[in-house]
Design a binder for this molecule. Structure first.
Ligand SMILES: O=P(O)(O)OC[C@H]1O[C@](O)(CO)[C@@H](O)[C@@H]1O
Length: 536
């Protein structure tokens, strides 16, 4: 079998393996036994295990998608833009990066990044993916593209022909797709949750249209699927290790792609696995915090509460460490299965996301009532400094190095066994260097440091921040918008939606008395540079 899991420097207690074997978890999971996670999770689990069938049930899509791609190509439509959040875009992104085919992923409300995606319209097809069909970011993207195509001179029928929709049967988006005359509508299996949907239409449609070999992906998954009933299969072992490590206190999972010289490795797997693990396990004050690393030797790869997992190849000699080898299709299925198993070991329901709605509701309330008035505690260069949860108490913001003093105060506020989450509501392409803050901060602290682009992380680690152990300290970064962009037929713009999402999440964290430092960049490039320099 090509999917292999090796663990070094960590003992899985006998009772974890014994109880997984005694309770026949491997066979029961493949039989879709919804009782595996306890009575509280049973009703949700009963409608969330369809992902186990996807390696075979998605087969029929392969030929259909090849034909659709051919048709689009023959019309000169060779640029694929995917609008989707969380589970509706993370898998296609890693599939296409790994396959080396171009896919533009739009999972932001940043007006600059949205505007930058609206180019080359004459050769663009937009895939709108939303399981619920009600996600505000995706709905806003769809409206903006519809308006842009119309402004470019396409009539209603021609506009519809530029859209491919993936959604669940009966969703509001299914109705919209019918009304707009979308070229194709793929109704996905409603028994597959968003973060378990990599091998469903959500993962396959955009990837195949962009040119990835999705048939091969299903082959890779199917090879593993044949072994998942075995009591000693590698995905069960992965779940046992993840769960046991967390129970023993290694509840930060540092994720890195394996380095290769051939350039054929999996690229960006951590961003997909981050959502799967954080949203599935981060609840009821428990959970596993994924920490996506730049490489397996980056700061944060080791630590007293950390387990390093290297995906796709060999790990460097650091312990404790997991090496998870195998092709991408097998990795998707293997990690989904392992997360379900880890959920059982942790005693949580791996299929719900009870705290995600909180920030969404705050955002809606702020969009109706307006942004709260929060004057900065200080403006230092291109950075306005604000704090809550007592983080700025006693910090001398008039000092020349006020920004670095504020950041140090935040780091000091990280509790024992806690973490720092950096949340950047910026343009992940134009402001890409902001991501360097993760390793810069991780070099300054013993604690785990995560980095997420807002609002994308709200659909991922956002669940863990609110539902997991209350041990986080938070650095929120926002930036002045250049030119704002309207959301057609809505009373808000992308810029006001982005600001409301950031403010809504600040409120959700403040309601939990979490320490939070909010740095607003009045000039994005200058502010990022100033911040990196302050941390150097
Ligand atoms: O596919 P949808 O319904 O737009 O949801 C996108 C994402 O939002 C979440 O529901 C969380 O907000 C994720 O679980 C999901 O992957």
């Amino acid at each position: 079998m090509s999917f292999e899991v090796r663990v070094e420097g960590l003992e899985v207690p006998d009772d974890v393996r014994t109880s997984l074997a005694a309770d026949d978890v491997a066979a029961r999971l493949t039989r879709k036994d919804a009782t595996l996670w306890g009575p509280g999770a049973e009703s949700e689990a009963a409608i969330r295990l369809g992902w186990l069938d996807l390696p075979s049930s998605s087969r029929s899509l392969v030929e259909q998608l090849a034909q659709l791609r051919e048709q689009l190509q023959s019309e000169g439509l060779d640029r694929i833009v995917l609008c989707g959040m969380g589970g509706s875009s993370l898998a296609p992104e890693v599939i296409c990066r790994t396959a080396g085919v171009p896919l533009v992923v739009l999972d932001t409300t940043d007006p600059g990044q949205v505007a930058a995606a609206m180019i080359d319209l004459e050769r663009t097809v937009v895939v709108v993916s939303s399981k619920s069909g009600g996600t505000v970011e995706t709905d806003s993207h769809r409206r903006a593209f519809q308006a842009s195509f119309a402004a470019a001179g396409l009539d209603e029928q021609q506009v519809g022909a530029r859209f491919v929709v993936v959604t669940d049967p009966g969703s509001p988006l299914a109705d919209t797709a019918a009304a707009m005359g979308a070229r194709a509508v793929f109704l996905a299996d409603p028994t597959v949750g968003g973060r378990y949907s990599a091998l469903s239409a959500f993962g396959l449609v955009p990837s195949a249209l962009a040119g990835a070999d999705v048939g091969a992906l299903l082959d890779e998954a199917e090879e593993l699927a044949e072994h998942l009933t075995d009591g000693d299969n590698p995905a069960l072992e992965l779940g046992a290790v993840l769960g046991a490590a967390a129970v023993q206190g290694r509840d930060k999972l540092a994720l890195a792609d394996a380095a290769t010289e051939t350039g054929t490795a999996i690229e960006g797997f951590g961003d997909w696995a981050e959502q799967l693990i954080a949203e599935s396990t981060g609840k009821e004050g428990r959970g596993i915090l994924p920490v996506v690393l730049e490489s397996a030797t980056a700061p944060g790869a080791t630590g007293p509460d950390t387990l390093l997992a290297v995906v796709g190849g060999d790990a460097p000699a650091s312990a404790p460490c997991l090496t998870v080898r195998g092709p991408l299709g097998a990795q998707f299925l293997g990690w989904e299965y392992a997360t379900a198993v880890a959920g059982r070991v942790l005693g949580i329901n791996p299929f719900d996301q009870p705290n995600v709605t909180e920030s969404k509701e705050n955002t809606q309330a702020i969009l109706s009532s307006g942004l709260p008035d929060e004057p900065p505690a200080a403006t230092i260069g291109a950075i306005e400094v604000r704090g809550s949860g007592g983080v700025l108490d006693g910090v001398d913001l008039s000092a020349l190095d006020g920004v670095s003093l504020a950041v140090d105060a935040l780091l000091t506020a990280v509790p024992e066994r806690g973490y720092l989450a950096v949340m950047a509501y910026l343009d992940r392409l134009a402001d890409a260097s902001a991501a360097d803050l993760r390793s810069a901060l991780a070099s300054r602290t013993e604690h785990a440091v995560t980095f997420g682009w807002g609002p994308r992380f709200l659909h991922s680690t956002g669940q863990y921040h609110k539902g997991g152990p209350q041990a986080g300290a938070f650095l929120q970064i926002t930036g002045a918008a250049g030119e704002d962009l309207p959301v057609p037929d809505q009373p808000y713009t992308f810029g006001s939606l982005q600001a409301a999402q950031a403010a809504g999440d600040r409120k959700a964290l403040a309601d939990r008395s979490r320490p939070l430092l909010h740095l607003h960049l009045t000039d994005r490039a200058a502010g990022i540079g100033q911040l990196l320099a302050a941390l150097a």
